[in-house]
Design a protein around this ligand. Sequence first.
Ligand code: F0G
Length: 483
Amino acid sequence: MSSVKFYQQENQVPLEMHKVRVVQKLNLIPVEDRLRAIQEAGNNTFLLQNRDIYMDMITDSGVNAMSDRQTAAMHVADDSYAGSESWNRAKAAIKTVFGVDNVLPAHQGRAAENILAETFVKPGKVALMNFHFTTTKAHITRLGGEVVELIDKKGLIPQSDDPFKGDFDLDALRSIIEEKGAENVAFVRVEAGTNLIGGQPVSLENMLAVTDICHQTGVVSVLDASLLQDNVYFMKKREPRCNYMEVKDIYHLLASRFDIIYFSARKLGFSRGGFILSTDAKWTQMMMEFVPLYEGFLTYGGMEVRSIEAAAEGLLESLDMEYISQGPEFIEYLVNELDAYGVPVIKPAGGLGAHLNCSEIVPNIPHNQYPAAAVGAALYIAGGIRGMERGTVSEQREPDGTERYAELELQRLALPRRVFTLSQVKYCADRVKWMYDNRNLIGGLKWTEEPKVLRFFFGRMKEIGHWQEELVSKFREDFGDSL
Ligand code: F0G
């Protein structure tokens, strides 16, 4: 996108290489109604109704705008339980993109994680990863396994200019395999575009070094490629050796080195569903029996055929830099705006979305009053903008019930691809700035209902004191009768 240079430098903005031909009407309800909606939702943005939301930035999962080719492909889907042509087309797309033949379907990314965990995790086994993702960890711990995170320490520095904060600490990886014994390691998992630390990429060099260590020690290597599209964009932009590689060459190289690659096609593929790829048919054989058990027959795996067609087309489109640059460049624009306003935000800009650093925004709110969730509620009140808590609420308690405080207290503002215009992105930055300027009004939250598993999805909380009402009064003072 940004290879188009503007004549007047001050006009330079990311320029889309697509046009919008289908639109959806949005609602921006008055601030008093926003207060009511967030309180009815137990201060959990997952429990808000879409009709009460202006900018839905909760996720990029399954909500990216599809291309005309993707929607066209959905019309030629072959609806059959077994042996569908849609499945054959998806396999062919995966062969083109990754160069791999062994493919299993799953209904989404976490279903692929369930199958992986069922196949490789046993009580007492350890899964090593740069960083966990919520659903990944839940599947591993459910089966009695342990997750150990080996993120390079640079990954947890909120503001830095390191281009690859998702990198593994390779020395730590070597020593823990030696210490635990390779036979006790379920697998090593590299998460591309490391979600919970701000969508931060992993370098190609680091990924390849991880696979080298796995090959030397005989440990299974797994790539979570759900966010690989953004990650590949950053490899191309930030890693000199990738500059001259085609996007496809990077995918092929990775697929030749990892034993298993899985991904959520709600992200990579801009559709729905999930896929598990293996370089060696023996891994596919091991995982195959779980597909009909949990997902569906081997040629649909719980996916709807139209989604399979859209994912196949979306995967092919993910080879096009003009398409895959849109997300990261809009995110960078938002991060730069926020940074210029002095709002603490994770830097450098990553994939997926902008991430507000709530420990700095509301340093007065302790972990056990959930600063990132409080900022999420405040931002919804400020602008009808729905983000996602990626802090202590998104952690799970230790087995003894003690709270596990998140390394980073983040409020994630995802930017679904091709969905928002730059004026909406500017509105978002403006409302975040207002919220930040009024941060002294924001207070903590306490649980009223706390589920045991993945509590961030349906747990409910209450404001401590009356800070939300005060925020609404201040909004009226500053914005008059504006929505
Ligand atoms: N792995 C990563 C890195 C993810 O970001 C996700 C989903 C999954 C696995 C699970 O995939 O949703 O298809 O079951 N991330 C979404 C998000 C939910 O909003 O970050 P899924």
